[in-house]
Design a protein around this ligand. Sequence first.
Ligand SMILES: [Zn+2]
Length: 322
Amino acid sequence: MKTKMFVMNSTFVDTVETVNLEQQLTISAPVGERSHPRVANIKSDVEKIQRTLNQFPNRDGGPVALLKVDGIVGPKTIASILNFQTVNQLKKTDKIVDPEGATMDNLRAGPDVIPQESVSRFIVELPRVLAIVTAAEANMSLASSALSTPGSLFAATAFTRLDRHYHTKNSDERRLALARMQRVFFLVKSAVGHLTQGTIIADDAPLNLQENSFMYTFEDGFNSGKAPANKIERFKGIPVDRIYITVKGRKMANDGFRYAMLHELCHFVTGGKSGVPLADDQAYFHKNRQKYDTLSTDLALRNADTYARFAHDVIGQLDLVF
Ligand SMILES: [Zn+2]
């Protein structure tokens, strides 16, 4: 079996954070390592960076002891910038905060969500993910019963979300779509059930494999179990039987975290030997809306994000951003 990896990518989120938070934290020139020619260390900029670093708990990249907010870059401020870059696993650990760059993005993202250990957070959120799946299934039942009762008064309502996400137009297409959806959501619940049996299906992503994403997993990881070694060179040796949560994923707000869980679970339980065609990444609702909206029913049924977005639409979170 060829291993396929899936990434819940976060390019979109970086854009959103920059737009929303820009006014809260901007500096006019780089702050940090004094010996570097591009660094200006303007007093008001330095104060902003010191104040912001102080807002982060140490485990999230903040200083061990609060920095003095004096606008002067001394060894403690430099050490704190380096610590922030290291803890947040930024590519550049140059001890400099540029006006735009990865360090600034991470500072702007803020410590508002205290990262929890991935596995425990996954478990904590599971009941609510299951509730979302259950709501989706209820909506599907409504659609099924409308299909078997021609002329049903609530048919139009029952088909709204199904048609919106799976682009179904007639009874045959709806019947086909519902059958597949029932299997996928059933498998998602089975995987979740295994977790409560003590099987680990979520884990922290290795520090060297963060993939600039929230979470990632592998095709049919749930069915593959411990058996196959990873076929992807870069991922050799890491088990395929779980969903990996990155540092970025750990910082997500709860609703986004649940969305990403459901998206990844759809990859995790389909394809391979699961008996259900792979739910792939054909188009993301939040990144490529036009493509998402024009997928054929067949492709929508092979798109993990369609399942996640359909379920969130049912609970009133069609426009959820994360
Ligand atoms: Zn995906």
